[in-house]
Design a protein around this ligand. Structure first.
Ligand SMILES: [Cu+2]
Length: 224
């Protein structure tokens, strides 16, 4: 069933407020939580995972050269909201099912803050992957103005965690950008293009194997 297009207002993620500014460093705390949200006028509410209970997550805005420290916290339930394929490397039954680690896509960072897939951690940091080093990540932002995004990166289940909603914007600002005649403030509209399918009850549809009906369709096409 196709959903009606252009019937819901575009959600603009709010800008994340720092927890603290001290000695030239800005501190943030970002919690990953399960929540429900309406993703379309004609669908029941969808259970999602989101940074600060939002999808997309809150936007982090920094200046070039500004050092920020982020405590990424996992406050997710023990069971995944999507089916986990345990045959994939790093997603076997010997791992806790819900694991997260945050990667800032495109950022130049030290290894301990890069969000390696095996630096994952569970709720309350109860269990951690082999590469886990520190709870707080440091971003020095010594890069040109750019639009980055942060997202989950856990080994074997990155696609599921991102599909569940763990992604957000991260903008680096600089003088060069400010000097350009670009839309600013409320006229700057961040756009995240995401593809999601739903079950009639509003829940995310992401099977862990091809569906029978789609296999049949493919077979029919090739035998004709
Ligand atoms: Cu990435």
């Amino acid at each position: 069933m196709a959903l009606a297009k252009f019937v819901d207002p575009l959600p603009i993620p709010r800008t994340l407020a720092p927890a603290l500014r001290k000695n030239g460093i800005t501190y943030y705390r970002v919690r990953m939580k399960q929540f429900t949200a309406s993703l379309h006028r004609d669908l029941p509410k969808t259970t999602l995972w989101g940074f600060e209970s939002q999808f997309p997550g809150p936007t982090i805005n920094v200046r070039k050269g500004e050092t920020i420290k982020v405590l990424w916290e996992n406050q997710l339930p023990k069971k995944h909201i999507l089916p986990v394929d345990t045959s994939i490397h790093g997603a076997g039954r010997n791992h806790p099912q819900v694991r997260t680690v945050v990667h800032l896509h495109g950022a130049t960072v030290r290894p301990g803050s890069d969000g390696y897939p095996e630096a994952w951690f569970t709720r309350g940091f109860a269990k951690t992957g082999h590469f886990f080093k520190n709870k707080v990540y440091t971003y020095t932002n010594n890069q040109r103005s750019t639009a980055l995004w942060y997202h989950d990166h856990a080994m074997g289940i990155t696609r599921l965690n991102v599909h569940a909603g763990l992604a957000g914007f991260y903008f680096i600002r600089d003088k060069e950008e400010n000097a350009l005649p670009l839309p600013k403030g409320p006229y700057e509209i961040p756009l995240m293009i995401a593809d999601r399918s739903f079950k009639p009850d509003g829940s995310l549809f992401y099977p862990n194997r091809p569906m029978r009906s789609s296999l049949k369709t493919t077979t029919a096409r090739f035998t004709n």
